[in-house]
Write a protein that binds this ligand. Structure first.
Ligand SMILES: *[C@@H]1O[C@H](CO)[C@@H](O)[C@H](O)[C@H]1NC(C)=O
Ligand SMILES: *[C@@H]1O[C@H](CO)[C@@H](O)[C@H](O)[C@H]1NC(C)=O
Ligand SMILES: *[C@@H]1O[C@H](CO)[C@@H](O)[C@H](O)[C@H]1NC(C)=O
Length: 353
């Protein structure tokens, strides 16, 4: 416990808020490259009881396995190897909660499998899938790993005679997140959906209601509401807060009007990572950075966009399971890329500066 207190005390300093990923040694965990490592993956997904069909690429027939055997290697330092047993001990008696959309689910399943693989046999787990809350309890450690599914972080409410309203300044359900000891938030993908995949009819900002709004602007307003909520409600001396940055999709052209993307997404048949990432910062990435930098609470940005952009090979593509006949270039296979997100988060939790 003592070491956790030290981390939190350091995290209280403003400097860590601005460049959360840069340690005293100057190492940026998010710059680096993917290297082959035959010891990977970190766990066998067939032996992990939490993997939903949509992420279980091998079981769904994906034939290649190179995508499983890549390790993220930061440019300026060694990343500590993930010690699941140490994680279980350190977070004993605590609640770790991921809050967000299916990309949060991707990271949650990955972390659940990484911890499950570290359990001394026979590991006792209680798995309760549900909506909006799913959980895995690691019984012998009294560690509760929770997924709270919410697409926008802010509320969508059905108003009689009006319809479904996306309320940019309302977070009524958020009270259930208070009390977790480690919180990892994420939202973005659903902000872009139009047509049948759009789950609201109007957007409300303060006392004004609109048919639509520029989506990056709406995202910025909604994320600012989240930031004010964290600043007002989360005691960061007992809760460590992360924001999972923008997880990139790989489509030839953006499929904004469809939840299930069309065939021919550009991740199709990709078996190797890209060599070069674009340096361009996406508008939604700029929003995330701006909002987090303006917060008074220390929030660590898991700035996964660039390292994930390289992983065009890591999506389920056509191996997302029965009943999904599109090409999924949004989510990620398990085992796979989200394991690296969790390894980096683990490294950031260890950083004492
Ligand atoms: C993974 O686990 C499955 C089922 O337990 C087993 O059949 C398979 O051989 C394992 N794969 C590896 C690479 O260990
Ligand atoms: C709060 O969560 C419940 C499900 O537990 C959901 O039905 C409801 O729509 C949510 N409320 C808001 C305001 O998002
Ligand atoms: C919204 O309307 C209420 C009641 O009319 C008013 O008190 C409040 O100041 C308004 N808020 C904004 C942001 O305009």
């Amino acid at each position: 416990m003592a070491s956790l207190v030290i981390v939190l005390a350091v995290a209280g300093e403003r400097s860590l808020v601005v460049s959360a990923s840069v340690s005293a040694s100057g190492c940026d965990l998010f710059r680096g490259r993917w290297v082959s490592d035959e010891s990977y993956p970190l766990y066998n997904a067939s032996s992990c009881p939490f993997v939903p069909d949509v992420f279980d690429c091998r079981r769904n027939g994906r034939p290649d396995s190179g995508y499983l055997k890549l390790r993220w290697s930061p440019a300026g330092c060694e990343m500590p190897s993930f010690d699941g047993a140490a994680f279980l001990r350190r977070w004993r008696g605590k609640t770790v909660m991921l809050v967000g959309d299916s990309l949060s689910m991707n990271q949650w399943v990955s972390l659940a499998c990484m911890l499950h693989a570290a359990l001394p046999a026979p590991g006792r787990v209680a798995f309760v899938p549900g909506e909006p809350v799913s959980s895995v309890r690691f019984v012998d450690y009294d560690l509760l790993l929770v997924l709270y599914h919410t697409t926008f972080l802010v509320d969508v409410v059905t108003e009689e005679g009006v319809g479904r309203v996306l309320r940019l300044d309302s977070m009524r359900n958020a009270t259930t997140w208070i009390g977790a000891h480690l919180l990892v938030f994420n939202t973005w993908h659903w902000w872009t959906y139009r047509g049948k995949s759009q789950v609201w009819d109007f957007v409300e900002d303060g006392n004004s209601t609109y048919r639509d709004m520029d989506r990056v602007t709406a995202f910025s307003k909604g994320l600012s509401t989240w930031a004010r909520w964290v600043d007002a409600n989360i005691d960061t001396s007992r809760t460590r807060v992360f924001f999972q940055g923008i997880s990139p999709s790989h489509y030839m052209s953006k499929q904004e009007d469809s939840e299930v993307p069309a065939r021919g997404g550009s991740c199709l048949k990709q078996t190797r990572p890209l060599q070069d990432a674009t340096e361009a910062v996406l508008p939604e990435q700029a929003v995330v950075r701006g909002v987090i930098d303006a917060m008074t609470s220390p929030v660590s940005l898991l700035d996964i966009t660039a390292l994930s952009q390289l992983r065009i090979d890591a999506h389920p593509s056509v191996y997302a399971g029965r009943g999904r006949d599109g090409c999924d270039c949004t989510h990620w296979c398990i085992a796979g890329l989200p394991d690296a997100w969790n390894q980096i988060m683990y490294a950031m939790l260890l950083q004492k500066n």
